[in-house]
Design a protein around this ligand. Structure first.
Ligand SMILES: Cc1cc2nc3c(=O)[nH]c(=O)nc-3n(C[C@H](O)[C@H](O)[C@H](O)COP(=O)(O)O)c2cc1C
Length: 335
């Protein structure tokens, strides 16, 4: 299975999903090491990025710039923008490609700009952003059109099946977005109303695949190689995107890759799991500083413990920990 997005060729089509508060630089790097071929940043407010250019605030007060960082060794990565106004999204894409935004530390441009048309959070949809754009296909297409004009980077879009069960419109919307210039479409096969509840509808991904000629990436409820294989077989999608299945389990990418290549997959030992968890913890501390890094790393550390003997007690201890060393000691007691 190979996928081409702009000039980026992917051999296996294995994507890490954008997850706000989860898929930061540290996590993306680990997932990439274990086989994620393409990653997507946490969603970035196009408006915030544009407004920060006019603000007189100090560098430490422009967090959006940090979310847009692309490192030389990141591999193919898309920066995901959200918003509802074509001109802001287009301008944000231009800023990211040119690296002309305030406090930019990126040495290179991303492989693509991705536009969020799937976020179900009320704060976002009430502004006409995220999945609310699925109810406004004309605006959705004009956002893609304006962004394609503003950047030479490929513009991809992440959508859901539709707003609710009575308005499944992913295939029609995908067609419009393709006509507007989208280079690929990712479909999270749930409606906005379904939020993240279990149960996806693979037939919607298949219908999108049948409707467009650009690559279609399938997304939703992939927790093992068999789930990925089922999605590919039943929908004909060109790639698979994994979100929650990678939380505390970046090895899921190795498992899917091994399956695609017909190779045996050996899950990590407990010691290997904890070694990667420890590395993840210190990467986050280095990237975000001790206080924020520790606070944000705790949920990841709890995910690494999932399913283990004594996990509940260890998870409580992790949540109460006041230092990285304390967390490492909790892991060491379990090995
Ligand atoms: C904590 C969390 C944060 C998310 N943030 C984003 C985001 O910033 N942009 C986006 O397009 N989707 C976001 N999503 C949705 C995921 O990218 C993905 O579509 C969804 O989780 C379904 O895939 P999964 O079943 O593999 O998790 C988020 C999901 C979760 C659980």
């Amino acid at each position: 299975m190979s996928v081409k997005i702009g000039n980026t060729e992917l051999k296996n089509g294995i994507f890490l999903a954008p997850m706000a508060g989860v898929s930061d630089k540290s996590f993306r790097g680990l997932c990439r090491r274990f086989g994620a071929e393409y990653t997507v940043s946490e969603m970035v407010s196009a408006k915030a990025l544009c407004y920060e250019q006019m603000s007189k605030r100090a560098s430490t007060e422009t967090p959006t710039a940090s979310l847009c960082e692309v490192r030389a060794d990141d591999g193919p990565i898309a920066i995901q923008l959200f918003g509802s106004e074509p001109e802001f999204i287009a301008e944000a894409a231009r800023l990211i490609e040119s690296k002309e935004y305030k406090n930019c530390v990126s040495k290179i441009a991303p492989a693509a700009i991705d536009i969020n048309m799937g976020c179900p959070v009320r704060k976002i949809t009430s502004n006409g952003e995220g999945s609310a754009l699925m109810k406004d296909p004309v605006r959705a297409a004009s956002i893609v059109e304006a962004t394609v004009k503003a950047t030479s980077l490929p513009v991809t879009v992440k959508i859901r099946s539709g707003w609710d069960a009575s308005s499944i419109n992913a295939p029609e919307l995908a067609k419009r977005l393709e006509a507007a210039g989208a280079a690929a479409i990712c479909v999270h096969a749930r409606t906005k109303e379904q939020l993240y509840f279990p149960g996806i509808d693979l037939s919607v991904i298949a219908a999108v695949k049948a409707a467009v000629n650009i690559p279609v990436i399938g997304n939703g409820d992939i927790y093992c190689a068999a789930d990925a294989r089922k999605m590919i077989n039943e929908t004909g999608c060109d790639g698979v995107m994994i979100g929650r299945g990678a939380q505390g389990n970046p090895w899921i990418f190795s498992e899917i890759l091994a399956d695609m290549e017909g190779k045996e997959y050996t899950p990590p030992t407990l010691a290997e799991r904890f070694e990667v968890a420890r590395e993840h913890l210190y990467l986050m501390l280095a990237d975000k500083g001790e206080r924020v890094g520790l606070a944000e790393a705790k949920k990841h550390m709890a995910w690494y413990l999932a399913g283990m003997n004594g996990a509940a007690k260890a998870r409580d201890a992790v949540m109460r920990a006041t230092s990285a060393e304390e967390i490492v000691a909790i892991f060491n007691r379990l090995v």
